[in-house]
Design a protein around this ligand. Structure first.
Ligand code: 5RP
Length: 275
C-alpha cells in the first residue's frame, strides 16, 4: 500500500535528466507534483486513478481520443464520461482499443468513431505493463496490444498512465509476460521460433490460456504467445524487428518510441515524464 501525503498547495520540482546511457535520444525530462499535507494511505487503484485523471486534464473540446484498455485506462475513460455528463467536456469522440473499452465508453455515453473515418487522433491515453527510463513500454498483458498499437501509433500525443510498480530498468525486466499476437494457424510453430529467438535471455514462451484452460482469443480472433525473460532485453528495437519477421506474427507488445508523456503515480506523488 503506497502512502502519499498531501499539502494544501502543490509545488513543482523539475528533476535534471540523468545521462542517457543507451541511445543518442535525449533523456525524458520529468516534472513531479509532490504534494504533502497529511499522510493518506493510497491503494494501487488510488494511484492508477490519480495518474489517469491527471492525463484527462490534457483533453480539450473537439479532440479525437484514443481510449486505452486495462484497469488504469478504465479510470481515464470513467473520468471522461464524468466530465462529459457534467458538461465540463464536450465535442469529443473516442476510438476504443478493445471491445471492453468500447462497452465501457458506450455505457458512459462517450461518442465512438473508428480509425477508418477518423485516422487523425489528437490524444491517446492508455496504461502500460512496463515503462523503462526512455519511456519505452511493454504493453498487451490485457490482450489488446494490436488495436492499442494501431491507435497509439497514429496519435499526435500518447500519454501513458501507470502506478510506480510499472517502472523497470529495462524492458522484459519485470519477469512478467511480453505478449506477441499470432494467427491461430500453426501457433506452436511460432511459439518455438519465438522461444529460440530469445534463448540467450532464458526465454520461456507460453500460449496464453483463459480461465477454463482454453486458448485465449483476442478481439481480432488471434492467439497470444507470452514471452518471459530472465533478464531485460538489451535492444528492444532489434527484438521487435526480429519478432516482426516471423510469418504469422501479427503484433508484439514492445511499444518503442511511441509515448510522448508518461504519468506515474507513486509514494512521491504524481510525476509527469515528457519525451
Ligand atoms: O496493454 C494493456 C492491455 O492490452 C494495458 O494497458 C496494460 O496491460 C496495463 O493494464 P493495467 O492498467 O490494468 O495494469
Amino acid at each position: 500500500m503506497a502512502s502519499l501525503s498531501f499539502v494544501s498547495s502543490s509545488h513543482l520540482t523539475l528533476r535534471a535528466p540523468s545521462p542517457n546511457l543507451r541511445s543518442s535520444s535525449p533523456r525524458p525530462t520529468s516534472v513531479s507534483f509532490s504534494v504533502k499535507a497529511q499522510s493518506v494511505a493510497l491503494s494501487q487503484d488510488d494511484l492508477k486513478k490519480l495518474a489517469a485523471e491527471k492525463a484527462v486534464e490534457s483533453i480539450k473540446p473537439g479532440m479525437v481520443l484514443g481510449l486505452g484498455t486495462g484497469s488504469t485506462a478504465a479510470f481515464a475513460v470513467d473520468q471522461i464520461g464524468k466530465l462529459l455528463s457534467s458538461g465540463e467536456l464536450h465535442d469529443i469522440v473516442g476510438i476504443p482499443t478493445s471491445k471492453r473499452t468500447e462497452d465501457q465508453a458506450r455505457s458512459l455515453g462517450i461518442p465512438l468513431v473508428a480509425l477508418d473515418t477518423h485516422p487523425r487522433i489528437d490524444l491517446a491515453i492508455d496504461g502500460a505493463d512496463e515503462v523503462d527510463p526512455n519511456l519505452d513500454l511493454v504493453k498487451g498483458r490485457g490482450g489488446a496490444l494490436l488495436r492499442e498499437k494501431m491507435v497509439e501509433a497514429v496519435a499526435e500525443r500518447f500519454i501513458v498512465v501507470a502506478d510506480d510498480t510499472k517502472l523497470v530498468k529495462g524492458l522484459g525486466g519485470s519477469g512478467l509476460a511480453m505478449p506477441v499476437e499470432v494467427v491461430q494457424f500453426c501457433w506452436k510453430f511460432n511459439l518455438v521460433r519465438l522461444r529460440d529467438l530469445f534463448k540467450e535471455f532464458g526465454c520461456e514462451a507460453k500460449l496464453r490460456v483463459g480461465e477454463g484452460g482454453e486458448a485465449y482469443v483476442t478481439d481480432n480472433s488471434n492467439f497470444i504467445i507470452d514471452l518471459y525473460f530472465k533478464e531485460p532485453l538489451k535492444d528492444g528495437f532489434a527484438a521487435g524487428r526480429e519478432i516482426g519477421k516471423f510469418e504469422g506474427v501479427v503484433e508484439h507488445g514492445l511499444f518503442l518510441g511511441m509515448a510522448t508523456s508518461v504519468i506515474i503515480a507513486g509514494k512521491n506523488g504524481v510525476e509527469v515524464m515528457n519525451k
